[in-house]
Write a protein that binds this ligand. Structure first.
Ligand SMILES: *Cc1c(COP(=O)(O)O)cnc(C)c1O
Length: 337
């Protein structure tokens, strides 16, 4: 199959191999690579009825020298286990997780986009509860799989700000599953996301579910802002999904750009204090936020068309580290080859 590397979007392209491992009677099997991109499930599987499933999103990056980097896969492993624990699913050791990721990348190496294209190989680890059942309880068996698909650079030809709208819906409850990467949060976000798209916004902004006064998430990405006096601020809340990109940016802002950087509340009535704002995550990398619509008010940050200088520097440093052009902090890069 011929792939037009420079015009990849974010859609499923079948790659030859995926990793599949099964858990039964208290243990994981060895796991194998499979060419079958379908899964046959028992009709009573808890993943289908009660949403007992969680997932991860990560990327493999082609370096200039032709090798391939993974970015902080230990963090994905730890977060998958936290999500699994919240939904009463079995853990997967970090060793097994990273070994599986490497197997999938190596087996599908021809599908890792070239360095220059800006594309990456997106990896989707998935853990689902399966097997016979009907009552509300944890599944008797589990499947852990990782498949991959090549994806394009989110923004071709540089970063472009987009606009967002504050949603009246919540994606998660105050002490619910917001911090777990589970499908249920996403099912709850489909309708609000659709309403935002219909009004020509990129996605919606979710507020803290208890008081609806503070920003929590930007669609399926985390929020960050740069204050007018040059501080990097990103909200903290137990219902926000802890983004690995966000924690990496907190570190980069502080240690590489010399900014003050902290997790603190981002109140809707204090947006004026920000000079720049953005959304961050593995898929979106960094997406500059042009403006935010909140009821009748439209708040513009840096500009609706231009990217702010700090956002630009953060993007350059982060992607430089990921693609191996900039020296990485200790332990951030795991080479596949
Ligand atoms: C996965 C995810 C993110 C981004 O996390 P990264 O680790 O940076 O990819 C942000 N918000 C939600 C709701 C997510 O599911």
């Amino acid at each position: 199959m011929e792939i037009d590397w420079d015009n990849l979007g974010f859609s499923y392209i079948k790659t030859p191999f995926r990793y599949v491992s099964r858990w039964k009677d208290g243990q994981w099997d060895e796991g194998t690579l499979s060419e079958d991109n379908t899964i046959t499930l028992h009709e009573g599987s808890s993943a289908l009825h009660y949403g007992q499933q969680c997932f991860e999103g990560m990327k493999a990056y082609r370096r200039k020298d032709g090798g391939i980097n993974l970015f902080r896969p230990d963090q994905n492993s730890q977060r998958l286990n936290k999500s699994a624990e919240r939904l009463l699913m079995p853990a997967i050791s970090e060793e097994k997780f990273i070994d599986a990721v490497k197997q999938v990348v190596k087996a599908n190496e021809a599908f890792v986009p070239p360095y220059e294209s800006g594309g990456t190989l997106y990896l989707r680890p998935l853990l689902i509860g399966v097997g016979e059942g009907i009552g509300v309880k944890a599944a008797p068996e589990y499947i852990f799989t990782i498949f991959c698909t090549p994806v394009g650079a989110y923004f071709k030809g540089g970063l472009t700000p987009t606009n967002f709208i504050v949603s009246e819906y919540d994606r998660a409850a105050p002490h619910g599953t917001g911090a777990a990467k589970v499908g249920g949060n996403y099912a709850a976000s489909l309708l609000p996301g659709n309403e935002a798209h219909k009004k020509n916004f990129s996605d919606c902004i979710y507020l803290d579910p208890a008081t609806h006064t503070k920003i929590e998430e930007v669609g399926s990405a985390n929020f960050f802002g740069i204050t007018k006096d040059g501080k990097f601020i990103t909200p903290y809340s137990p219902s926000i999904l802890p983004s690995i990109t966000k924690y990496s940016l907190l570190y980069i802002a502080k240690e590489r750009l010399g900014l003050e950087a902290e997790e603190s509340d981002v109140r809707l009535d204090e947006l004026d204090k920000f000079a720049e704002a953005g959304a961050c995550g593995t898929a979106a990398v960094i997406s500059p936020i042009g403006g935010i619509q909140n009821n009748d008010e439209f708040h513009v940050f840096f500009s609706e068309t231009e990217v702010g200088p700090v956002t630009q520097k953060l993007y350059k440093e982060l992607t430089g580290i990921q693609f191996g052009d900039v020296e990485a902090p200790e332990g951030w890069i795991v080479k596949v080859n």
